[in-house]
Design a protein around this ligand. Structure first.
Ligand SMILES: C[S@@+](CC[C@H](N)C(=O)[O-])C[C@H]1O[C@@H](n2cnc3c(N)ncnc32)[C@H](O)[C@@H]1O
Length: 147
């Protein structure tokens, strides 16, 4: 079992809830969004601090999979740092971006405009955006078509 799954599993055991499923392994390179047995379609999908870590083709795959998995009005909620109008939003984001790219040239802070355009290709429309501490943002996308 993955290290962070062990932690999630122990939280589960401490706070059991009938509507909380066990953690499952999901690799964007190989997997589709897990279908939960006897569960209704997803209302929302949340991802934090992934779009600047994974390579751009995997970002594209994430939006493709989420576009397929979400029903009409379903939400995709994305947390992390984003560039705006082609610029870093802070000196610390510029430094963070450079450290990401040194570690993995496929990583990097994404341009919000590119994410919004990609989302549109999968019928996901930006409905809300929240400025968060430490130069992060929450972007809420809404599915505008039924599958
Ligand atoms: C910076 S961590 C973010 C962890 C946590 N969401 C957070 O906000 O603290 C980046 C996450 O991207 C996930 N990740 C990297 N490559 C992935 C892939 N190919 N498929 C799915 N997740 C991936 C890693 O498992 C890791 O949990």
């Amino acid at each position: 079992m993955l290290f962070n799954h062990q932690a999630i599993q122990s939280w589960h055991e401490s706070y059991p809830a009938p509507n909380l499923h066990a953690p499952s392994v999901f690799n964007l390179m190989t997997d589709s969004i897990p279908k939960l047995q006897d569960a209704p379609p997803y209302d929302a999908i949340f991802t934090a601090n992934t779009l600047h870590i994974i390579a751009w083709p995997l970002v594209e795959r994430l939006f493709e999979l989420v576009g397929e998995a979400l029903p009409l009005d379903g939400k995709l909620i994305v947390y992390g740092p984003f560039n705006e109008n082609g610029h870093y939003t802070s000196a610390s984001n510029r430094q963070f971006d450079s450290s990401l790219r040194q570690r993995d040239s496929n990583s990097g802070i994404r341009h919000k405009e590119d994410i919004i355009a990609l989302a549109k290709q999968h019928n996901l429309e930006l409905s809300y955006k929240y400025q968060m501490p430490a130069n992060n943002q929450i972007l809420v996308f809404q599915k505008i078509t039924a599958n």
